[in-house]
Structure formats: C-alpha cells, structure tokens
Design a protein around this ligand. Structure first.
Ligand code: ZN
Length: 507
C-alpha cells in the first residue's frame, strides 16, 4: 500500500497506514477490523472540538484554567460528549491552592527617602524591583518597617541567614509594623506565617545577598496560609530599605489566594476485561493567561474524538479516557488520581498514554523516549514503555514521516503513572523549546524559533494550531488506542511480577 499525505489530506488518509502497526500487533481474525474505525475520524470534527474549547474560553474571560468557570464549562462539555458516546463517566473532585494577582502590586518608601519601586507586572512580561510572592494575601498598608534578624552584609554561604524562621526572631516585634525578612534556612511560607503570627501588617523578603542570590526574589508561599501582603525584593533594595532607622513604607497587593475545588473527568468504556485497562489522558486545564487551545486543547480534542469513535465498539481490554485538571499547577489532577487508586486498581492499569500539546504551530513530531535510546536526561520509563515508543515509531515510519524522541522527564501527567511503575508513552510537538535545523529539515517550519511561540500566553488560540501535526498525531493516537484495546499481549510486567516486586520492597 502506498501512503501519501498531501495538504489538507486529514486523518482519513493517515489512517490507511494503520494496517501496518495492527498487523504487527496481530489482532485475531474474529475481531472487528479496527482500521475501519479509525478511518472515520475526520479533521473537521477535530477542529470543531477545538472551536468549542475556544468558544468556552471566549465566554469565560479568555481562560480555561483550573478553578475558573472556563474549566468547569470544559469539564461539562467533555463529560457530556463522553456520556453520549456510551462511556461511564466519573467526575473526580479535588482541592488545590488557587492563586492569581488581580492588579499590579505597589511598594513605596514614604520616609525618610520618598521612592517608588517598579513592580513585576501581573502579565509577567518583565521582572521589576519587587515581586508578589505566589499565595500572598491582599492588603494596602503603610507602616514602619522593622528588621527581623537580618544578616547584612550576608553570611559566607547560602542559608547563613535564619531570619524569621523561629518565632523568637519576633520577640521585640511591634504589631502593625511591616516585617523585613531575609531569604535563608527555612521556607518563605514559614517566615511569612511567623511574621503574621507576630502581628505584622505585611512582609518583605530580601534575597540573601551571596553570589546567585542577589536578584529580585520571586518565590512561592506554597499555599494560601497567610492573609497579609508578602513580596520579595533584590538584596540591593532590601539593603536600602534596611539601612535607615525609621523607614516607613507603603505595601499593596491585590490577589485571590484560596483553596478551590476542581475536577478530573474519567471515562470507562463498557467493554473489555476490567483487569486489563488501557488508559489515555490529556490535561484539560489551561493556564490563567490564555485559552490553552494547543496546550492542551489539542491533546484533549484528539483523545475525545478517538473516544467518541470507540465507545460503542466491544474491545478485548478496557479503555479509559482521562481529562486531568490542574496539570499546569504541577500535575495535581493526575497525581491526585494515581494516589487515590488502591494497589489492586493500580495493578489493573496496564499502560498509560499521554498527549499534551500535539499541534504546535512550529511542530516537531516527538515521541516520549521510553527506552532512553536518546541517552539524555531522565532514564528509561517503566518496563513496557519501550514497546509503546516503538509502536508510535512504526506508525510514523509507515507514513514515511520523520520523528524524533523527547526526554521522558515527567513534565506532564504521565509522571505519576511512571512513578508507580505503569508502562507509559505519548506524543508531543514542542513547547517553549527551540526547533533545531535537523527538525526543520524533517518537518518544515523555522529552526531557531520556539515550537510554540504562544506557549502559556493569551495567543494560544485556535489560530495557534498546526492542522497537519494535529491530523498525524490523532492518527497515531487512534492507532495506539485500537492496537492496545485489542491486544492479547499488552506491554509491561504482568500483575504477578508487579505484586512480587511490591512485596519485596515492603520487607
Ligand atoms: Zn500542557
């Protein structure tokens, strides 16, 4: 069979190549012909799903981030489509710390030297002379500044300072004052909590001052545990504020920092052996800054379209489609899901396939390096990850389409699955990284430029999608889903081996 992909050929053409990988996987002749199913996936249908996500963002302040109405609407859309397609849908709630800065912060020295410091703007476009700590509370306070156990000049090594780490540091602290603290020894959160407990109206944390610890301090308090404004400053600004006795400052932050509930969407097919689960996943949340149509509307639309085609087909193994929330805040949804599984439920998941950004405008077709053949970065994935990588390679090879590896670094939702020993794999077309000349030769586009110049920005819209990459990758996803849904010999260790290994490590 000769395969040609031309402009706008779409997935129907790409799907012709499914015959080869399927033949290698060896479905029994009694099984329905899965290539017929994947051929029904069309590029316009996929694009329509992305349009829907764009409309949801447009109607909800330009974002689909976890904890916003845009994510809730995305969740409802996906859950509705999956139910229509015949899946048993579970909405899994979990709490996470939400944070956003609503307006630019303000830091002024009122006396003795009137001076206004440059803020780090809320769009993150530059770094100012100070920066609001993530999970800072809100407030507008003008008060005397009070030094708390500062070490100026700085100690010889990082974390010489213990400023604000012990409650006793605040023994002479006047409630209502703003605490001036220094980086070092304990978490910013502990310093801020101690300052608030001592009655501070606000806190300013200066960088510690050694080489590499002088710039504007940008940090996180880890969660919404303080209500006072907390900002970081450079060592130089901190030194300036600390020197004159009787310094009065105005400090203003305007944030939303609170625990919110968000949801994963998990869809199980009605068919197949419940002890052999083939799981696919994509994160459905965007960042706050934009609609997230490539990151990760693309992966979400692709697996949703594949799911919708497979829902009514009796398969040998059980298919599970998952749409994670709060990936952008640190894989929180997939971590919550994996942690919530009993050891028995975990052992039933034979493999996990992840799709995060599969239509980058300046794309490269990247396959997670499950066998560490690229010998860079993270080591190989769990047993069976190598086989998943090979399946995707065969798919692209059959299309005479080049492909490259991408390090299995755990930077998306396969991380928690990998950590628990589940064979994993997936596809990626690049984010803020820069395309190489070799990749330009293989895929076109522009070397020396980002794969996705709109990564995590407001411009990650429907216009930020490469249709060819989307079609090729959705064909690959459909192939993998069908091959593994019907496989008698799934990748990875068998259940008994996994159980034995677990018992051994517990003794
Ligand atoms: Zn992503």
């Amino acid at each position: 069979m000769r395969i040609t992909l031309h402009r706008g050929a779409g997935i129907a053409t790409a799907a012709v190549a499914l015959v080869l990988p399927l033949a290698l996987a060896g479905p029994a002749s009694a099984d329905p012909d899965p290539t017929q199913l994947t051929k029904t996936i069309s590029a316009p249908a996929l694009k329509q799903r992305l349009q829907k996500l764009q409309q949801i963002a447009d109607a909800n302040g330009g974002t689909r981030a976890a904890g916003t109405s845009g994510h809730d609407a995305s969740r409802d859309y996906v859950a509705g489509e999956l139910k229509k397609a015949g899946y048993k849908v579970t909405i899994q709630p979990f709490e996470f710390p939400f944070f956003t800065e609503n307006t630019n912060a303000l830091l002024q020295q009122i006396s003795p030297e009137p001076k206004v410091y440059t803020p780090t703007p809320i769009d993150g476009s530059s770094v100012g002379e100070f920066a609001t700590m993530t999970y800072s509370g809100s407030g507008d306070v003008t008060a005397p500044l009070q030094n708390v156990d500062l070490m100026i000049p700085p100690g010889p090594t990082p974390s010489s300072s213990t400023s604000g780490c012990e409650a006793s540091d605040f023994a002479g602290f006047t409630p209502g004052n703003i605490a001036l603290l220094q980086r070092g020894t304990c978490a910013f959160q502990a310093k801020a909590e101690n300052a608030q407990a001592a009655g501070a109206a606000g806190a300013i944390i200066l960088n510690e001052g050694q080489e590499g610890r002088t710039e504007t301090l940008q940090g996180t308090l880890g969660g919404p545990t303080v209500t006072i404004p907390v900002v970081g400053v450079s060592f130089a600004v901190g030194e300036e504020l600390a020197s004159p006795a009787g310094t009065v400052v105005r400090l203003k932050t305007d944030t939303t920092s609170e625990l919110r509930t968000t949801h994963n969407v998990i869809a199980d097919s009605k068919w197949g052996d419940a002890n052999k689960v083939v799981q696919l996943g994509a994160h459905l949340d965007s960042v706050l800054a934009g609609p997230g149509i490539n990151d990760n509307g693309s992966g979400s639309a692709a697996i949703l379209e594949v799911a919708s085609k497979l829902g009514k087909i009796p398969t040998r193994n059980k298919l599970r489609f998952s749409f994670w929330s709060a990936e952008e805040l640190g894989l929180l949804g997939s971590e919550h899901y994996v942690a919530s599984l009993s050891p028995e439920e975990r052992a039933k998941i034979k493999l996990y396939l992840n799709f995060d950004m599969v239509a980058s405008p300046n794309y490269a077709l990247k396959i997670y390096d499950g066998d560490d053949s690229d010998a860079t970065g993270a080591p190989a994935g769990p047993a069976g990850s190598d086989e998943i990588e090979k399946l995707f390679e065969k798919y692209f090879d059959a299309l005479r389409q080049g492909h490259v590896g991408t390090d299995f670094d755990g930077r998306s939702d396969y991380g928690p699955f990998m950590d628990t020993g589940i064979a994993s794999g997936g596809l990626f077309t690049g984010a803020e990284g820069v395309k190489t000349p070799e990749e330009q030769a293989m895929f076109g586009g522009t070397a020396g430029q980002a794969y996705d110049a709109c990564y995590h920005q407001a411009c990650d819209t429907i216009a930020n999608i490469n249709d060819k990459a989307l079609a090729l990758n959705t064909g690959a996803i459909a192939t993998a889903a069908v091959v593994y849904a019907f496989s008698r010999d799934l990748p990875g260790p068998d259940t008994r081996a996994t159980t034995a290994a677990r018992n051994a490590t517990q003794r």
